[in-house]
Write a protein that binds this ligand. Structure first.
Ligand code: SAM
Length: 208
């Protein structure tokens, strides 16, 4: 690893590399916007941000400085669920948490896709959660979605309750949150990631 990392506070970090215990990531999966209406011909299918190949997403997460024994919470959608699990098959999968966003688009006017996944991976042994929150959350988080790709507050809140004292970073963040370091192209990042050279990834987006 050859990462240059600073938390901005020399009393805490000095020149040492800060290693995270919790990684929370919401990658820009390669997809386009669903739910476009014929009555709005000027609406674009393109997302408002650049998307990434699977290999690059893995590279970024792998390059983030972390303790050997760490936890990765990563957002994914139905289309990439299997790919995400394959991409991080060197982790143990603890839970597929579902966000019920109480609304969503209905492809071909069928059922409304109203959920996304927050996958909980860890490198064993699993870090113990805060005792007072044992069994307090369920695998379904319910919060109405607000704008495209914005994740519910309840997810970050849950992680803060489970792991209040651990060193946490949010990757692909859009906003700075108290108690978290952040990294992304729409936010002032706390770290610089020196990307590792990755072997070719044979995963391709599946056609479904
Ligand atoms: C799915 S969005 C994250 C949404 C965020 N979690 C929220 O709740 O608002 C993915 C983010 O990754 C960012 N992104 C795309 N390509 C990037 C790159 N090469 N480096 C850093 N961030 C990138 C996008 O601009 C976008 O902010």
């Amino acid at each position: 690893m050859y990462l240059l990392v600073s938390c901005g506070n020399p009393n805490i970090c000095g020149d040492m590399v800060k290693k995270y215990q919790i990684i929370y990531a919401d990658p820009p999966w390669r997809q386009s916007k669903g739910g476009l209406r014929k009555c709005r011909p000027n609406q674009s299918k393109k997302l408002d941000y650049p998307t990434m190949k699977l290999r690059d997403i893995r590279n970024i997460i792998n390059s983030c400085p972390k303790e050997n024994n760490h936890t990765l919470f990563i957002w994914t959608i139905d289309k990439f669920l299997k790919d995400t699990e394959e991409l991080f098959s060197d982790y143990k999968l603890h839970a597929r948490i579902i966000w019920d966003k109480e609304n969503g688009v209905a492809p071909a006017f069928t059922v409304r896709y109203s959920h996304e996944y927050l996958l909980w991976f860890y490198k064993p042994p699993m870090m113990k959660i805060q005792e007072s929150f044992r069994g307090r959350f369920t695998t379904v988080l319910r919060e109405p979605s607000t704008k495209h790709s914005k994740k519910p507050k309840i997810a970050r809140g849950m992680i803060e309750c489970l792991y209040p004292l651990e060193r946490r970073i949010e990757l692909f963040a859009r906003e700075k949150t108290l108690g978290w370091d952040v990294w992304g192209n729409e936010v002032e990042s706390d770290i610089i990631l020196a990307l590792r050279k990755e072997p070719k990834c044979h995963l391709k987006v599946r056609k479904r």
